[in-house]
Ligand binder design. Structure first.
Ligand SMILES: *Cc1c(COP(=O)(O)O)cnc(C)c1O
Length: 374
């Protein structure tokens, strides 16, 4: 069994993907071909946002957003403690300082009480200026945007939605990638909308930021790329990736529906044995991962071993809280305790998950998990 079976996806849609790639190869317009602009328009329309700027990957997308806001030295940026490294990595990259905030034990998204405390701490007890909140839609479920927005407004901060794992998800009828002042996503192959290499995109309704983002992602270009008006990056989405993504957009909704079906089947079979994902009433997950929590670290080890014996892969997202990563040592403001994250990191386990899973495979995973937990 594969953890995320990309081969089945390709087999199911082979003709469309091959045709799209062939067209790029025949046209030889490998950078900045017409498919890139078409994709940007299609993604913007799908998300319900005015501007989409495709770029090299989801990490660059986050960095570009912080650069467009001119966040840097003396600024504090709030990031959930339980997320992929990128969400925090970009903060010191632009010269600002990260403040890691604890997460909710059920949704795994940022805990707004912890966020509020952290912001107050920074505002009252440090010389740093609270500037932005990186709201991560972890494992596909949109974060708490009502409360995040209220806290951001109170302290005059910006909201950066890291939707790397949630493309296609919904929050109160609104698509992810439309929930931040700027939102970003990743097209890494295993994400909900993945390409055949690295890729990412930045979304915003703001015309000024959009123009700055367009410049920043091509060497800080002015009128053209040989007129450079600011220091930027080389972070373009190449045409082959855009073509693959355009082809995949045709069946994204179908895949999202299939993911919801797989998740429901898992939850129905596992909810009495382990802590299953908790999706709130008014939102729809894009199901980047299906993550359960075991009782403790020992039970998790037992489950991993039992699954492995049955030929079933699993993965731990994430083993280490952000505030304990060596890279951030001495480079962060420690404002709040992140005890919930520390607990989850010891107990969480991601199960094989993708829209092409068959019922018998889901059932085999569930049997193996249940056998391990007794
Ligand atoms: C994957 C991911 C990223 C980074 O995306 P890349 O395209 O790999 O650079 C950022 N944030 C989160 C939450 C992610 O899961």
């Amino acid at each position: 069994m594969e953890f995320r079976d990309l081969k089945r996806q390709y087999q199911a849609h082979r003709q469309a993907i091959d045709d799209a790639m062939q067209e790029v190869i025949r046209g030889t317009h490998f950078i900045g071909g017409p498919q890139v602009g078409q994709l940007e328009e299609r993604l913007a329309a799908f998300a319900g946002v005015k501007h989409c700027i495709a770029c090299g990957n989801g990490t660059d997308a986050l960095q570009l957003a912080l650069m467009a806001w001119k966040i840097g030295e003396g600024d504090a940026v709030f990031v959930p403690d339980f997320t992929f490294f990128s969400s925090g990595e970009v903060v010191p990259l632009v010269g600002a300082v990260p403040v890691f905030v604890d997460v909710d034990p059920l949704t795994y998204n940022i805990d707004c009480n912890s966020l509020e405390k952290a912001v107050e701490f920074v505002a009252q007890r440090t010389a740093y200026q609270p500037k932005a909140i990186v709201a991560v839609d972890l494992f596909g479920q949109p974060a708490e945007y009502d409360r995040i927005r209220a806290i951001a407004d109170r302290y005059d901060m910006l909201v950066l939605e890291d939707a790397a794992q949630s493309f296609g998800g919904l929050w109160k009828e609104k698509r992810t990638c439309s929930l931040g002042d700027i939102s970003t996503t990743s097209f890494f192959p295993s994400k909900p909308l993945g390409c055949y290499g690295d890729g990412g995109a930045v979304f915003t309704d703001n015309d000024v930021w959009a123009e700055r983002l367009r410049s920043l992602h091509v060497h800080g270009k002015g009128g053209d790329k040989y007129d450079n008006i600011r220091i930027g990056m080389n972070s373009r989405l190449d045409t082959l990736q855009a073509a693959v993504l355009l082809a995949k957009m045709d069946f994204l909704e179908e895949e999202l529906t299939a993911c919801a079906r797989v998740a429901d089947r898992y939850t129905a079979r596992l909810k009495d044995a382990v802590q299953t994902p908790h999706i709130l009433e008014d939102r729809y997950s894009a199901w980047a991962q299906y993550v359960v929590c075991l009782k403790d670290n020992e039970e998790r080890n037992r489950t991993i071993a039992c699954m492995k014996e049955a030929g079933i892969p699993s993965a731990v997202y994430y083993k280490k809280p952000m505030h304990l990563q060596t890279a951030f040592s001495g480079k962060q403001i420690e404002a709040v305790s992140c005890a919930v994250t520390e607990g989850i990191c010891k107990k969480c386990l991601a199960l094989p998950f993708h829209p092409y899973m068959e019922d018998a495979e889901i059932d085999a995973v569930c049997e193996s998990v249940k056998k391990a937990v007794g």
